[in-house]
Design a protein around this ligand. Structure first.
Ligand code: FAD
Length: 378
């Protein structure tokens, strides 16, 4: 069987972004995916919520802002390298208090975000429709985040995959990694459904499944699968252009051709792929309360995806605590689309030995869970 410089388990936006950057740096790379590449990635809303997602200081915020800023150039680069347009839309995001009860938390987030960036604006209820004409006036106010733009997530996943292939990456779909092959605590390759492939560097980027991969290792990334349901509705006349995100987590992301992507429910611990009537009813009720025009739309389709959430909410990126050559890159939870550009670049630098990058990635190191385990034992 073949030998590669790096083998990656998982062909979602994270695995393919890393593969693309590694191949560009001159390494031979293989990506294995248990199904068709990008399970969560093709289900996502595509929001680049680098401000929407943060209410207080968080080590993830800086790299989220950095990643969001990469998208305009990335759009051009991926179009050149893959022929796929990721449909970057620059209309910004309205984070809305649907009721008076939601307002105090939103005002607190506004104080935090506007203290860092003067472009962040507070809108009183009467002002909300002047920024997005389809919005209801019956809200309790909103934050306008003009830089939180969006892309079409399945196209981003396809663009990274195709760009990786065009850069020389071998992508094996429907070929699961069954186990990592380890000798004397050092990685020598992976066993897949087709056989053994050799490499002394392996990356676990299997998203929600990464916590169950390589089951025999003494450390497994603590990943919780979080199922989410979505629905898309097509409008024919007036249609919003800005992403609308309610404090309760329901959002509407306007795509091309007046397609409104409405998400998402949240079921921690579930890999289930069925769409429930109750989940869709709740999304439609909450979405139409903010954008009444949705009631006139035609239901296009429904789907589910599984987000990879770590036990402390931060991504898990870095070396496996006890197996030399094995790295982990997972736990991007509901921000993997936003974080995929910066993750690919940081992982490429990290694997190529950049010490500065290792320092940037320190808050996300898998070792943090080891330390906690040892503290508990004392
Ligand atoms: C409903 C929903 C809405 C979302 N909205 C947004 C959003 O608006 N903005 C945002 O930034 N993020 C969003 N996210 C989150 C984002 O989609 C994820 O964080 C991101 O896609 C994770 O990428 P990944 O590559 O880690 O996982 P995935 O895309 O799931 O890829 C992991 C891959 O690993 C493969 N795999 C599993 N087991 C094995 C094995 N044994 N061997 C080989 N391969 C294996 C799987 O088949 C899968 O293709 C959303 C997610 C969901 C579900």
């Amino acid at each position: 069987m073949r030998r590669y410089d790096v083998i990656i388990a998982g062909g979602g936006v994270i695995g393919c972004s890393i593969a693309y950057r590694l191949a560009k740096s001159g390494l031979s790379v293989a990506v294995f995916d248990a199904g068709t590449a990008g399970k969560a990635s093709i289900a996502a809303g595509g929001m680049l919520g680098a401000q929407n997602e943060f209410e207080y200081e968080n080590p993830l915020m800086n790299i989220a802002l950095e990643s969001r800023a990469m998208f305009p150039d990335l759009r051009d680069e991926l179009f050149e390298e893959s022929g796929v347009d990721i449909e970057l839309r620059k209309a910004g995001l309205l984070k809305v208090a649907a009721t008076a009860d939601d307002k105090p938390a939103l005002l607190k987030q506004y104080a935090f975000l506007s203290g860092k960036d003067a472009s962040v604006k507070w809108l009183e209820p009467d002002d909300v429709p002047s920024v997005e004409s389809c919005m209801s006036i019956e809200t309790a106010g909103a934050i306008y985040l003009e830089k939180d733009n969006q892309v079409k997530a399945p196209l981003l996943a396809r663009a990274f995959l195709q760009a990786a292939v065009n850069a020389g990456v071998h992508v094996y779909e429907r070929e699961a990694v069954i186990r990592v092959v380890v000798e004397a605590n050092t990685v020598c390759g992976v066993q897949t459904t087709r056989g053994v492939f050799h490499s002394d560097r392996v990356i676990n980027a299997a998203g929600a499944w990464s916590g169950t991969l390589f089951a025999e290792a003494d450390f497994m990334p603590p990943i919780i699968p979080v199922k989410g349901e979505c629905i898309s509705v097509k409008l024919s006349e007036a249609a919003p252009v800005k992403t609308v995100f309610a404090v309760d987590g329901c959002y509407i992301v306007p795509k091309r051709n007046k397609e409104m992507l409405i998400g998402a429910t949240s079921y921690p611990g579930s890999f289930d792929s069925s769409v429930t009537a109750g989940g869709i009813r709740s999304l439609l009720n909450r979405a139409a309360r903010l954008l009444p025009v949705l009631d006139e739309g035609i239901i296009d389709r429904t789907w589910t995806g599984v987000r990879p959430q770590s036990s402390d909410g931060l991504p898990i990126i870095g070396a496996h605590p006890s197996i030399k050559g094995l790295s982990i890159c997972t736990g991007h939870y509901r921000n993997g689309i936003l974080l995929s550009p910066v993750t690919g670049v940081l992982m490429e630098r990290y694997l190529n030995g950049c010490e500065k990058t290792a320092a940037v990635l320190a808050p996300f190191s898998p070792f943090r869970f080891q330390t906690k385990k040892e503290e508990l034992l004392v």
